[in-house]
Design a protein around this ligand. Sequence first.
Ligand SMILES: [Fe+2]
Length: 320
Amino acid sequence: MSDSAHDIGWATKPKDDPSVLALREHLIANNGIKGLDVVSPSDIEQAVTLFRRDGFVVVADVLNNEQTEFLAHGCDQAIAEIIALDNDYGGNRGTHRYSFGGSSLTRSQLHRPEWQMLLDIPVVHRLVAAIFGSEDYSLRAASGDFCLPGAVYYQPLHSDIRDFVDAKQTPFSAFIDPTNAMSIRDLPCPYVCVNFLPQELTPLNGPTRQIPGTQNARQAIPSLKEEPEWMRLSTVCPAPAGGILLRDVRAWHGGTPNLSDATRSIPNLEFYAPWFREPMVPGISYKDYKKLSGHAQKLARFCVADSNEELITGATLHAP
Ligand SMILES: [Fe+2]
């Protein structure tokens, strides 16, 4: 999909609105973590050290050009199906923002070959196994997010995991310490998200903001009103296409404005530590699962539907 040909996004404010032009100048001059380390895929040890220190790390050159293009194409296809349901770009993570999982009937994009490919990238396996200290980790979902050009607002800072709450609030939480001695923030990293970059991340295209060292923080996460400017500018950019952003999902993070001319996608794989599980739903049919490599089947062992179960896939704005 060519964004310029479809002229998508920009439903909230025009590109040349004075507030947009001012923010654009501000982001060009100031956006991005100063001295952001971008690690080589051969330096697993350095990547793990930074991940443990900061709660995230960027690794370059993980996908080759062919894989990067294949993934970009898969994202474009998924995006076209999702935004066809959403004429005013209202999104499902704020206006112009969408979760790939939250926009899928299975809560996952694992039925798509472009996401399946990501299960067989050896350096990703080496990195995730090194972070968990074990090769027996498992896939939770294949998801990610995207934001359209004209996503002019910040997404509030948040974590992607929480201590147990009842099913009315979310059916997907699990960790509980009945003695109240520990929270999920006191554990070793239970859940890693690997975001793949089918395009570069720039100061203008909605790079994720990550607040370093917050993966174990017990403080309340600041609201948009409370958040200081340095946090708003603490974004993961520049980062090259074909690279990955590994995140401890407990670390505070959020979406930022996309004032570029193109959609920014960060498809992901989400992995649980060998000792951690939450309620999950199937993301791949048994038939498709059996076509995966042995390694990919091992990773996706908790994501497969039963052989007599039909998996209905497709786009939705509100995943069940
Ligand atoms: Fe998030």
